[in-house]
Design a binder for this molecule. Structure first.
Ligand code: SF4
Length: 324
């Protein structure tokens, strides 16, 4: 198992304009400082602009989605109703090579509100010119999510939210670990090892999935491997997408404290529990109890507990637990 702190070059797709490429309809970009400054030390970004790939040019007329919110049509905004050209096939055909490459990615960051790249809440217009109440996803985003339901995907705007940012990065690392440790070296042993190292992280995010996946693996040693890996991964990725509450984190940290029973005296134990309670009440962020707990686990914990990815799901210097 590679130490988290040395994990680099995780392949992540990104809307080209979010990385600062001047590919927008007006020749501009929508660079995200978080992506540029915070993520580039560990993510190896692969940029893609669906509209440029489709040959619409830079600059180009603005586009929008019209019609059925569940199956919208991409058109140039400036065209009249008589000359509206359905651009769906042209765009989707141009996206096929990138969609194929996405099988080797561990995440994707999309530009919000775009009729091609937007992940959700993209306006879809009625014949009257007013948007439907129901919003949707851009055409490329829709195809990406349908083809790779387990791929961690976020929008640039939502990454400004510390909780969503932390959850996205954690899922990208988990997806990467699974691809490297289980998909590329498939064996029941490796699947068990992976599950074992993610047990407490799973517990923090989804108690029911934590129990169900443990039960599933307990009786699965003679099951066909490929469907087992697929089923496990579907349930695992869905589970960790759920946010972990402060109460759930406290519960997990108390479980981990159980591994220190013999080695931490009652005074130190009480001090640690006091910090857990401060975290539960929102007085400190997650980094505070985790730093304290990790200190004692590194000194006195068993190999099993020190290998828990919950303790360091991504490199600490990303600073994500300072803000949640
Ligand atoms: S949002 Fe997507 S389609 Fe639009 S400019 Fe950015 S990368 Fe290109």
């Amino acid at each position: 198992m590679q130490p988290i702190s040395t994990t680099t070059d995780i392949p992540v797709g990104i809307s080209a304009c979010v990385m600062g490429e001047e590919v927008r309809f007006n020749g501009g970009h929508s660079q995200s400082r978080i992506c540029r400054d915070q993520f580039t030390s560990h993510f190896k970004f692969q940029t893609f602009c669906p509209e440029v790939a489709a040959g619409f040019g830079i600059p180009r007329p603005t586009m929008r989605l019209i019609g059925d919110p569940n199956d919208p049509t991409l058109i140039f905004s400036k065209t009249t109703n008589e000359t509206e050209e359905n651009l769906n096939q042209r765009l989707i055909d141009a996206c096929q090579p990138m969609l194929q490459r996405c099988r080797d990615l561990d995440g994707y960051i999309l530009k919000k509100d775009s009729p091609s790249c937007g992940m959700e809440r993209v306006k879809i217009y009625q014949p009257s010119g007013h948007p439907h109440e129901q919003r949707g996803a851009g055409l490329f985003a829709r195809a990406l999510m349908a083809q790779y339901p387990n791929l961690p995907i976020e929008e640039d705007g939502r990454l400004n939210d510390p909780q969503l940012r932390e959850n996205f990065v954690m899922r990208v690392f988990a997806h990467h670990h699974f691809r490297k440790e289980v998909v590329e070296q498939p064996s029941f042993h490796n699947l068990l090892q992976f599950h074992s190292s993610y047990k407490y992280l799973l517990m923090a995010h989804h108690q029911i999935a934590y129990r169900n996946l443990g039960k599933m693996l307990a009786v699965a040693h003679n099951e066909p491997l490929d469907p087992l890996i697929t089923t496990y991964f579907d349930q695992f990725m869905a589970a960790i997408e759920q946010p972990a509450s402060r109460g759930a984190h406290c519960n997990v940290m108390q479980h981990i404290m159980g591994y220190l029973k013999q080695s931490v005296d009652s005074t130190a134990r009480q001090a640690i529990l006091t910090v857990f309670e401060q975290y539960r009440l929102g007085e400190v962020n997650l980094i505070t109890p985790m730093t304290l707990l990790s200190h004692y686990i590194n000194q006195n914990g068993s190999d099993y507990i020190r290998a828990q990815r919950y303790l360091e799901p991504y490199p600490a210097h990303l600073g994500l637990r300072n803000q949640v």
